[in-house]
Structure formats: structure tokens, C-alpha cells
Ligand binder design. Structure first.
Ligand code: RNT
Ligand code: ZN
Length: 444
């Protein structure tokens, strides 16, 4: 409680507050550990497990899905980043520095998820179908220096050849082929990253293809998409280096009436071809629960990729907060024992707040939700369920909502050597002053 009282309104004083007092954090943890032990939960074991779960931070939160191709083109593909907060990364070095700052404020060892348009092309015009592992050499070196893995995505938007809203399902064979080649090249880059870093890269294919108004032919584009995917995945790659995922969605801005790669399409494709399915929390009807899909999809595909996001009224990609939906996702992963088959990625892009803070808030929330889910007496819930005692199951689940997980989470941050509670914010503010505010606006 004192931590809230001491916090006041000035984050620069936060480091003086009780929250950074490691003794207080340790004492609170001791009490919490006893409380959980009474429920049969070993908090030390939980924190060991938690420390081993990587979350893949998406590069595109750092610069509003811009990338470094210098084509001056706008973001297209029916996704939108709104806001004009100063200080966005303008170069790969700035983005790496910003991401490293964010990673230093997040407990655990994580991953970084790149889009193809974030390659380094040395000022040359390298079209999307010509990209090679060498264009990501600096990213690989950077990841190695931090001891983290990389994930990857072909960029099938923000390009003249996607301007009419179609890529892999385009009616023009040449355009289709261009995007097939881009995705093939992306898989090779994914494999090169995975090989270099000793940890498989998940390469996730998402395309924006769709129509604003009611199509006459829903079938043609879908059949062409299947054909394109078959060509992309034809070459087998070592799963120790690269894993393929496909991401469906409901609609995009300007593609409200028809999305070629909808969920059912990719689910069918992935089951047939045993690729990973990517479930993005913003890609379903607003009342649909993405968490409930996890145990269904994992009956039929070996592994899944998650894009944890937060849609507000639509697929708006808000920063992930500690919502009921996030709790449900974490609970499913823990209760179903799916962490070993799930690659957790994030997908949001908010340009209206400090972008590093956005990464930190969203990622800490993902890990916090996992922490809370791991701390629940879920084995007891299951036992009660097997016995048909739904009364006790409900009672325990409700009581668990106010267990002292905050004390365990704080202790986890302390042990992992990252700021406890809101004290990370002062570091972001000082980085903002030092590094971000000196960045001038992007040359157009
Ligand atoms: C779009 C998809 C996709 C993108 C990124 C940038 O709706 O969610 O994952 O957000 O590829
Ligand atoms: Zn996504």
C-alpha cells in the first residue's frame, strides 16, 4: 500500500519510494510465499518456470510499422498506427538502442521479432524479392550480443505491388510470383537467423488481401492463395532453424467485406500442412474469445504462434493491458500445459505514447499475466472439476483473484535485476530526455 502513497505524481521521485527498497519487497514475498504454500503452490518453482518463458517483442512498435527501406511510402495493408509522439526510431541503430532499453526493463530473456522491411540495404534499392540474410547481419549480431533469438515476417504491404489490396492471391501471376519470392526469401532469412542464433526463428506470413465491398468471387483468390503458399513452403527447412506460421484475420481497413486469408482458411491450411497457426487477439469478432481457440487449434497443429494484442472496438492494436482477455490467454497456456508448444509474440503499435514505454507496459503485462496464471491453484481447480464440485471450483477461482501475486511479481523483477513496480518509468523518462528528444522529425 505504501508504494501507492509514496508514488505521488512525480515519477522522478519513484526511486525514493518504498518500492525500490529490496528489503520490503523480500518481506512481502515471504508472506506471499506462505499464503500460496497454504494452497499447495510453490512460488519459487513458479518463478523459475516464469523466467524461462520468452516473449517476442515486435520491432514495429518502435517506429509505427515504418521500416528502413527509405521508399517514403505510407503504411498500407489495412493496418493503422495513430499518434504523433516525438522521438520515434529513425534508423536501425536507434531502433536497436530503443529495444535494448525496453528489454533492460523487462524481467527474463526474450526475443525480437523483425519485419522484412527492417533490413539494412546500405542506401541501395533492394526490392522485396531480393532480400537476403546479409541485409539482417547487424540484427543477428545485435541479437547475439544480447543473447536473444529473432523472429521474422515477410512484409506484404506498404509496397507498390500491394497497392490494389492483393499480394499472394493476386489475379496477376507476375505479382503473385513476386510475393511468393519475397516469402521464400523471408524463410531463408528466418533460417539463417535461427541457425546463427541457435534458436528457431518463427517466420510468420500475414497478407492484407481483401476487398472493401462484396466480392463476386470469393473462391478464386483463396484457391490462388493456397497455391502461392504451397510454392512458398515447398522447400523444407530444418525446424531447428525456421518454423513457418500463417496468420489469418477477420477484416482490415479498406477490406471490410472480404479477407482472403480468414481464420478458417489458414486453420485448414495449417492442419493439412502442419504449419504453425498464428492467433492474433485482434483478429476475431469482438465477442469471440481467442483464448478458447488455443486448446482447439493445438489438437491439430504441432505448435502455435500468438500475437497478443488489444483491440478496442476494432482491431486497433492498442498496447496490451492486464485485461480479462489477457488473463484468459495466460490461464489457457498454463492450465493446458501449452507453454512448450506456444510461441508468444506481441502485436500492437501505439504512436500516441512513448514507444519504449509501450513495449515495456505490454511485455511486462504479458509476463505478469503468466505469473498470475502460474500462481493459481489450477491443479486443485482441475481436481475439483473431476470430482464434480463446481461450487468449490468457482469459490477458489474467485478467491484467487485477490491473492498476493503483486508481491511475487515484484520479487521476480527484483531477482531478475529489473526495476520493481513503476520505477522503470523514471528510466524511460530519462532516456526520453537524453536520447529521444534529440531526434528531429523524420525527413519526408
Ligand atoms: C495485421 C497483422 C500483422 C501485422 C504485422 C505488422 O493485422 O496483425 O501481424 O500487425 O505484421
Ligand atoms: Zn498480428
Amino acid at each position: 500500500m505504501f508504494r501507492i502513497l509514496n508514488f505521488g505524481f512525480c515519477v522522478h521521485h519513484a526511486s525514493l519510494s518504498g518500492v525500490s527498497n529490496s528489503k520490503a519487497v523480500q518481506q512481502s514475498y515471504k508472506l506471499a510465499r506462505e499464503r500460496y504454500a497454504a494452497l499447495g503452490v510453490n512460488t519459487d518453482t513458479v518463478l523459475k518456470q516464469l523466467a524461462r518463458v520468452p516473449v517476442s517483442l515486435h520491432c514495429w512498435q518502435g517506429d509505427d510499422v515504418g521500416g528502413f527501406e527509405n521508399h517514403g511510402g505510407a503504411l498500407t495493408g489495412g493496418i493503422v498506427s495513430t499518434g504523433n509522439y516525438p522521438g520515434k526510431a529513425r534508423t536501425p541503430d536507434e531502433l536497436r538502442a530503443d529495444a535494448a532499453k525496453a528489454l533492460s526493463l523487462i524481467p527474463g530473456r526474450h526475443r525480437f521479432n523483425l519485419h522484412a522491411c527492417y533490413g539494412e540495404f546500405g542506401g541501395r534499392k533492394v526490392d522485396r524479392n531480393e532480400i537476403e540474410p546479409k541485409h539482417f547481419k547487424n540484427w543477428i549480431e545485435w541479437a547475439r550480443s544480447l543473447g536473444i533469438g529473432l523472429d521474422f515476417n515477410p512484409t506484404c504491404f506498404s509496397h507498390p505491388k500491394s497497392a490494389d489490396g492483393f499480394t499472394l492471391s493476386h489475379r496477376d501471376k507476375g505479382i503473385r510470383q513476386f510475393w511468393v519470392e519475397h516469402c521464400q526469401a523471408s524463410r531463408q532469412i528466418g533460417a539463417a537467423m535461427g541457425r546463427a542464433l541457435g534458436s528457431p526463428t518463427v517466420t510468420n506470413v500475414w497478407i492484407p488481401d481483401g476487398m472493401k465491398d462484396t466480392p463476386a468471387d470469393r473462391r478464386g483468390p483463396r484457391e490462388r492463395l493456397e497455391e502461392s503458399l504451397n510454392a512458398i513452403f515447398q522447400k523444407k527447412l530444418n525446424p531447428k532453424h525456421n518454423l513457418d506460421a500463417v496468420e489469418g484475420k477477420l477484416f482490415g481497413i479498406g477490406a471490410e467485406s472480404y479477407t482472403v486469408g480468414m481464420h478458417e482458411f489458414y486453420l485448414g491450411y495449417a492442419v493439412k500442412n502442419q504449419t504453425l497457426v498464428c492467433l492474433d487477439a485482434g483478429h476475431y469478432h469482438p465477442t469471440e474469445n481467442m483464448a478458447d481457440k488455443i486448446s482447439s487449434v493445438l489438437c491439430f497443429v504441432p505448435e502455435i504462434l500468438l500475437h497478443v494484442s488489444r483491440g478496442v472496438r476494432w482491431d486497433s492494436d492498442h498496447v496490451v493491458t492486464l485485461t480479462d482477455e489477457l488473463h484468459a490467454i495466460a490461464q489457457e497456456l498454463v492450465r493446458g500445459d501449452y507453454l512448450g508448444r506456444t510461441h508468444i509474440g506481441l502485436d500492437f503499435f501505439d504512436a500516441s505514447i512513448n514507444r519504449i514505454a509501450a513495449w515495456v507496459i505490454g511485455t511486462r503485462n504479458m509476463i505478469r499475466a503468466l505469473c498470475i496464471a502460474m500462481l493459481e491453484p489450477h491443479k486443485t481447480y482441475k481436481q475439483l472439476e473431476r470430482e464434480g464440485d463446481y461450487t468449490s471450483r468457482l469459490a477458489l477461482m474467485e478467491e484467487a483473484k485477490t491473492l498476493p501475486f503483486g508481491a511475487v511479481w515484484d520479487y521476480h523483477c527484483l531477482k531478475q535485476g529489473v526495476p520493481v513496480g513503476e520505477t522503470w518509468l523514471a528510466e524511460v523518462k530519462s532516456y526520453e530526455k537524453r536520447a529521444l528528444n534529440t531526434r528531429s522529425a523524420l525527413p519526408s
